[in-house]
Design a protein around this ligand. Structure first.
Ligand code: ZN
Length: 296
């Protein structure tokens, strides 16, 4: 009998890196969190974590990195494995893969945090059995990953679902939006900071009859309908801090059904639009799924 494989996992976020050592999805041996400060400091702490783990459990079979974007996923690019131009100070051009590949001498799987999450949800969570699935997180920003026939979508870069341009709500015409690139794109209208900029509070802090709930549901529903029009997914998973607002998911389902007007062949929006099945573990388990794929 061969020993169970050993995987390193990194959920690389804009505010923290979550690190893990796992045998499989049910056997997470150790986890840690390090704040995202400078690349040298944060990657240094992560390298130290994995060096300790390697001393205890032996060599890794593979490492998976599920990272905040934008990142370079094109395997033919000399910049594969790096962070692309980002407003996050000091991180543009940072090589996320190289230092770990050299230190751990193992294959490295690399993708966006949301592509990792949709992969993990398809293996162990709310998208099991869905040949086309989408995972969207609505929080500090809005990001989305898509899985088509078992493959995360990359293409020229990777999906940037938060930057689609929605139709404006009739009661929300004056707000310019918070996106530095587009103003009133989806992220500029419906992310946590955009909600705060309009109403001075998070959505869950506003009374249930506050018009903000209907306005944000209207925008998120447009993302759902766009996904149906473009990708024909069987499952759309909506996660992130804003979706923790009581009642919001149901409002989005209702609004999406209304906007879709009976088209797209499904009336079952409760089955189409769901919360994550893995809760806040989707990020780290996404990294694990990427690691497992890297050593196939
Ligand atoms: Zn934008």
């Amino acid at each position: 009998m061969t020993a169970a494989p050993l995987f390193g996992c990194i959920e690389a976020g804009g505010t923290k890196f979550v690190l893990g050592v796992a045998r499989d999805a049910d056997t997470m041996l150790r986890t840690a969190r390090v704040p995202t400060t400078t690349p040298a400091e944060t990657l240094g702490a992560a390298l130290a974590f994995f060096a300790d783990a390697q001393a205890e459990w032996g060599a890794f079979d593979a490492l998976g990195i599920a990272a905040f974007g934008p990142i370079v996923l094109d395997r033919s690019s000399p910049h594969w494995g790096t962070i692309a131009e980002t407003p996050k100070r000091g991180w543009s051009g940072t090589d996320l893969v190289g230092p770990f590949a050299r230190a751990l001498a193992c294959p490295v799987g690399f993708d966006t945090d949301v592509n990792g999450a949709v992969l993990a949800e398809s293996l162990w969570g709310a998208a099991v059995g869905a040949d086309i699935a989408v995972y969207v997180t609505v929080g500090t920003g809005i990001g989305g990953g898509a899985l088509i026939e078992d493959r995360p979508v990359h293409g020229s870069r990777h999906p940037e679902m938060g930057h689609m341009l929605p139709r404006r709500h009739a009661d929300d015409r004056d707000f310019a939006g918070t996106c530095p690139f587009h103003g009133d794109c989806l992220e500029g209208l419906a992310s946590g900071p955009a909600i705060h900029a309009r109403w001075g509070a998070s959505l869950s802090e506003l009374a249930a009859d506050h018009p903000a709930h209907a306005i944000i549901a209207y925008y998120l529903a447009q993302l759902v309908v766009a996904q149906q029009a473009l990708l024909s997914p069987r499952r759309i998973i909506l996660g992130g801090g804003v979706l923790a607002t009581p009642g919001l998911l149901d409002r989005v389902r209702h609004e999406a059904a209304t906007l879709a007007g009976g088209y797209f062949g499904t009336g079952d929006y409760a089955r189409l639009i769901v919360h994550p099945g893995l809760d806040d573990r989707a990020g780290l388990l996404g990294a694990l799924a990427l690691a497992q794929r890297a050593c196939r």
